[in-house]
Design a protein around this ligand. Structure first.
Ligand SMILES: NC(=O)c1ccc[n+]([C@@H]2O[C@H](COP(=O)([O-])OP(=O)(O)OC[C@H]3O[C@@H](n4cnc5c(N)ncnc54)[C@H](OP(=O)(O)O)[C@@H]3O)[C@@H](O)[C@H]2O)c1
Length: 314
C-alpha cells in the first residue's frame, strides 16, 4: 500500500468536481493511493478522473484505490461494493473498508444532535455477519483486501478470533493531537496497518464536527516550531510526522500546492528521535471526529462510542 494517499471527503462544502480535480492533480504529480467512500457521494466524479488516468498516465496496478461501505449497507455489502465499482469505473478495489462499526444510518449533512430511532449499540454477531460479506468480496475478486475503520481494541478483540480473512488495515483518526498509541500498538501486534484520517486535524471539517474543546495540531507550539525550523507549513509537518512514525496518512486538499507539499513531505529526512519525542509529548488526546450521530441512547456521551473503559459499551 503506498505510504500516503489523497483523501476525498469534501467536508460537505467542496463540490464533487473539485474533489475529482484534486484527485487528478494528485495522480498527475505521483500520488498512487486514493481514499474514497460511497457516502462522500463523489465516486462517480472520481471514477471519471480514474478512467482518464488508467491506461494513459498510470496502469491500474500502480494505483491503490480504497472505498468504504456505508452504515446503511451492512446487510447488503456486495450490492454496495458493486455500485462503488461502477461509480469508480474499475473492476476491483485494492481495499474495501467497513466505514463505521455501527449500522446506524444518518442522512448526509444532518445535525450533530440528530438520532436514528433505530440506532443500536455495537453488536459483535451482527458485525461478524457484515464481515463475512466482506470476506466474500475477496473470494469473488471484487477487492484485494478488506479492512475496518473507527474500530476500538475492544471491538477488534471480539472480531479477530472469528474471521477467515483478517482486516489488513484499520482506518482511524491520527494526528499529533490524537496519537492513539495504545490502539496503534495493538494493531501492530496483530499485523494490521493503521491508516490515519484527518492527519492535519481537518481544519475544513463540517461545523457539526466541531466543539469548543477541540485543539488544532497545526497550531501546536512544537509543530509550529519544527515547521519553522525546516521551512515547511505546520500541516506538512503533521503529514511528515505520520510517515515518520509509520502510519499511512490520507490528507485531503484541493490546493495543488498543498497536494504537492504533502507528498513532498514524505520524501524529506525523518524528524530526529528528539523531535519525535517532543511531538509524542504534544499529544492532547483530542478526538475531533466524535461520531455523535451514531449514539443509540438519549443524552449519551459520545465517549461511549469509543469503549474507553476497555469493554464494548452496551
Ligand atoms: N474513515 C473515516 O471515518 C474518515 C473520517 C474522516 C476523514 N476520512 C478520510 O480522511 C481524509 C482526510 O481527512 P480530512 O479531509 O477530514 O482532514 P485533513 O486531511 O486533516 O485536513 C484537510 C484540510 O487541510 C488543508 N490542508 C491540506 N494540506 C495542507 C497543507 N499542506 N497546508 C495547509 N493546509 C492544508 C486542506 O485545505 P486546502 O484544500 O486548502 O489545502 C483541508 O481543509 C478525508 O478526506 C477522508 O478521505 C475518513
Amino acid at each position: 500500500m503506498p505510504g500516503i494517499g489523497i483523501g476525498t471527503f469534501g467536508s460537505d462544502h467542496v463540490p464533487h468536481a473539485e474533489v475529482a480535480d484534486a484527485v487528478d492533480a494528485a495522480i498527475s504529480i505521483g500520488y498512487r493511493h486514493v481514499d474514497c467512500a460511497a457516502v462522500y457521494d463523489n465516486e462517480a466524479q472520481i471514477g471519471s478522473t480514474l478512467a482518464h488516468h488508467i491506461g494513459n498516465t498510470v496502469s491500474r496496478d500502480e494505483l491503490w484505490i480504497s472505498s468504504k461501505v456505508w452504515n446503511d449497507s451492512h446487510d447488503h455489502v456486495a450490492a454496495a461494493c458493486e455500485q462503488t465499482l461502477r461509480d469508480l469505473s474499475i473492476d476491483a478495489l485494492d481495499m474495501y473498508l467497513v466505514h463505521w462499526p455501527f449500522p446506524n444510518f444518518h442522512p448526509p449533512h444532518c445535525d450533530v444532535d440528530e438520532r436514528n430511532p433505530d440506532a443500536i449499540a455495537y453488536e459483535p454477531d451482527m458485525f461478524r455477519e457484515t464481515w463475512a460479506q466482506m470476506e466474500s468480496l475477496v473470494e469473488r475478486g471484487l477487492t484485494r483486501h478488506i479492512g475496518t475503520s473507527n474500530m476500538t481494541i475492544a471491538k477488534l478483540e471480539r472480531l479477530l478470533p472469528d474471521v477467515s480473512i483478517q482486516p489488513s488495515v484499520n482506518q482511524m483518526e491520527l494526528h499529533p493531537h490524537f496519537q492513539q498509541p495504545e490502539l496503534r500498538t495493538y494493531l501492530r501486534d496483530h499485523q494490521i496497518e493503521p491508516i490515519g484520517f484527518c492527519p492535519i486535524g481537518s481544519p475544513g471539517r463540517p461545523e457539526r464536527d466541531r466543539t469548543a474543546d477541540d485543539t488544532s495540531p497545526t497550531m501546536d507550539p512544537t509543530i509550529v516550531e519544527l515547521a519553522e525550523q525546516y521551512g515547511i507549513h505546520p500541516a506538512t509537518a503533521c503529514v511528515k510526522w505520520a510517515t515518520d512514525v509509520g502510519h499511512t496518512p490520507i490528507p485531503f486538499s484541493t490546493n495543488p500546492r498543498n497536494i504537492h507539499a504533502n507528498l513532498e513531505a514524505t520524501t524529506r529526512p525523518s524528524f530526529t528521535s528528539d523531535e519525535l519525542s517532543a511531538i509524542e509529548d504534544a499529544d492532547r488526546d483530542c478526538r475531533l471526529i466524535k461520531g455523535q450521530v451514531f449514539l443509540w441512547k438519549d443524552d449519551q456521551p459520545w465517549r461511549e462510542l469509543w469503549d474507553e473503559d476497555g469493554g464494548i459499551t452496551r
